[in-house]
Ligand binder design. Structure first.
Ligand SMILES: *Cc1c(COP(=O)(O)O)cnc(C)c1O
Length: 389
């Protein structure tokens, strides 16, 4: 293989970023140590002066570095910084890249906790946010101000699977000297690589599909080195660093990511088609379905549409809760990205803290249910849902 030929995704997922110790271990080592020693005072001084080598695990740790380098390779990014959670990744990207007086344009269909992060915390530090319909490019364009420094979106959105046109948003951002940040949690780099479509920053809640087995909380920010250096400066100083153990879990999770997300996406599509055919189901929201209004854009950006889908049942809250309460196999939990399929009623769980008017605007009805498909046999999932339908 010549040097300029980049290995394939599958190869990078198991081989990229390996740092081997003197023991020549085959599987990547877990370095559970808070600090590192020096051979001499001079070596200590040199390492501190150059921020080179390993000093302290809030700054750098070999296991965390392996996870960062492997994820960067998968996202086609120059660099990556890992964080303790997905929210820490979003907060660190904003705090590392923006300053007082800056403005953000944000999709209104983002992970729920992003709303108080931007509207309350960032606002207190003088960073303002305008919220827009993620699918309406005119709204994005109209919301731009001279001080807009960041566009932020999540695509597909959760739970309705709305799609943002990443390349078009990247153009809007570039024309105004702003950065486009994309939360790539739901599709992962195995299915969608926003940086290749023109985005500047990719954000992950590694808690979801990168771990993929519901074990740890973790996050990451990927992008060009000059941007990630700024985010790293915030993480190193403010301290939301990723623990070596959680980094090791996610590092090994990346090795099976493509197999898992592809299998889960195929299962989600099968389940979505089955749900569409049920008389008690009014509507299914999944970008992989031909009936999805943005299915062409969705398929242009990613070959498969991930494992999260939602559907509206005939009736209201009672009918929806009846489906949840009759699940014997599917887990009743608001989490997603696990090998075990989960079901939740967004209006009374993930979206319960926002007002009725905000829920209506976000189209989160009382009859809506969200499923994050795992790795079980699809027929077993169908049987489980059929009971409550
Ligand atoms: C879960 C999630 C987050 C937040 O991640 P945590 O690890 O829980 O902090 C951010 N974005 C998306 C799309 C998520 O699903």
């Amino acid at each position: 293989m010549s040097n300029d030929q980049k290995p394939g995704f599958e190869t990078l997922a198991v081989r990229a970023g390996v740092l081997q110790s003197n023991f020549q271990e085959h599987s990547e080592a877990l370095f559970l140590t808070s600090s590192f020693t020096y051979k001499s005072a001079a070596e200590a001084a040199h390492k501190f002066a150059n921020v080179e080598g390993f000093i302290y695990s809030r700054f750098t740790n070999p296991t965390v570095t392996m996870f960062q380098d492997r994820l960067a390779a998968l996202e086609s990014a120059e660099a990556c910084v890992a964080t303790a959670t997905g929210m820490a990744a979003i907060a660190s990207a904003v705090m590392g890249l923006l300053k007082q007086g800056d403005h953000i344009v944000c999709s209104q269909s983002v992970f729920g906790t992003v709303v108080p992060l931007l509207n309350q915390i960032c606002k207190r530090f003088g960073i303002e946010t305008t919220w827009v319909d993620p699918t309406n490019l005119e709204q994005w364009q109209a919301a731009m101000r001279p001080n807009t420094r960041m566009l932020f979106c999540e695509t597909p959105s959760n739970p309705l699977g709305e799609i943002c046109d990443i390349a078009a948003l990247a153009t809007i951002a570039k024309n105004s000297g702003a950065w486009l940040a994309v939360d790539n949690c739901l599709l992962t780099p195995a299915l969608q690589r926003p940086l290749e479509l023109g985005a500047d920053v990719v954000i992950h809640s590694a808690t979801k599909y990168l771990d993929g087995q519901g074990r740890v909380l973790a996050g990451a920010v990927c992008g060009r080195k000059e941007l990630i250096d700024q985010v790293y400066g915030f993480v190193r100083t403010a301290g939301p660093a990723l623990s070596p153990f959680n980094a090791w879990v996610c590092l090994k999770g990346l090795e099976t990511l493509k197999l898992r997300i592809e299998a889960q996406s195929h299962a989600a599509l099968k389940l979505a088609r089955w749900l569409e055919a049920q008389p008690q189901v009014k509507r299914v929201h999944y970008a992989g379905l031909e009936s999805h209004p943005q299915s062409q854009l969705a398929m242009r950006q990613a070959p498969l549409q991930g494992a999260v889908l939602s559907f509206e049942v005939e009736g209201g809250r009672e009918a929806a809760w009846n489906v949840v309460d009759n699940c014997q196999l599917i887990s009743i939990t608001a989490n997603l990205g696990d090998t075990k399929t989960t079901i939740t009623h967004p209006a009374t769980t993930t979206h319960a803290r926002i007002s009725q008017a905000e829920r209506d605007a976000a189209r989160i009805g009382e009859n809506l249910l969200r499923i994050a498909v795992g790795l079980e046999c699809v027929e077993d999932l169908q049987r489980d849902l059929k009971r409550g339908l």
